[in-house]
Design a protein around this ligand. Sequence first.
Ligand code: 13P
Length: 247
Amino acid sequence: MIIANWKCNGSKSMISEWVSDFSVNYIETNGPFIGIAPPSIYIENVLANIPTKLTGVNIGSQDIDTSSGARTGAVSSEMILDYGCKFSIIGHSERRQFYNERNDDIRRKILNIANKTLTILCVGETEEENKNDLTKDVLKKQLEVIEEIDFNDSLVIAYEPVWAIGTGNTPTPDNINEIHKFIKDVVQSTTRNSEIPLVLYGGSVNEDNAENFFKEEFVDGALIGGASLNGRQFANIINIYNGINSK
Ligand code: 13P
C-alpha cells in the first residue's frame, strides 16, 4: 500500500501537471493499493483528472472531524463517504501537534468510519521520546484508541516518527522493521478480531531511500508527504515497491 498525503499543498494547475507526470511514469500492475489524499477541497478535481484507465488509484481524505453539524471548517465522515473516499488518515502528528488532538478525539473519529472505509491511523514518537528510549511506550499508548474495535480488515497503521517527517532523517530500516513488528503484535492483542494490520512507514520517504524500507519483512508500504507532491517521483516509488514485491 502506497499513500500520498498532500497535506495543505496543491492547486488546480498542480493537479493537472501531477496527473500527467504520474500517468507517464507509473507502470501499472496488479500491485498494491495506491491512494492519494489531497486537501478535501480538491478531492473532486483529482477524481475528475485521474484517467479512468488508472483504476487502481484511490482517493482518500486527510482527516475527518469527530462529528458533523455546527463545526465551522470541518469535514465529516458522512461527507467523505458521500464522495466515495476509500480511506481516511486519522491521528496524524500534525493534527496532534497543531490542533491539539488527543486520544479520545482520535478514537471518536475512528468510530465514525471503522468498517465503512479504511482507517489509516498514524502513530509515532517525538525526537525526545526516541532519545529517551520511550518509543514503544508511546506507541502502545497511542494504539489504545483502537482497543476493542472490530475493524474487519479495515485498519492500517502508519508508523511516522515525528522527527522523521519532512526532515530528511529516518530510523534505520532495521529499526523500522522492529517497530512494525511491535505494532502488529500490539494491535493483534488489543483489537476484537485480533487483526494483524498492514503497517506503513512514513517520514522522509523518497525515490532514493524507498527500496531500503520496502525490503524489510514487516514494512507493508509507505505514507508519503513531500515526495508525493511530484507525480513522477510518486509513480517511481510505486514502481520500486512493485519491483521488490514481484520477485
Ligand atoms: P514527509 O514524507 O514529507 O516526511 O511526510 C510524511 C508524512 O507526514 C506523511 O503523512
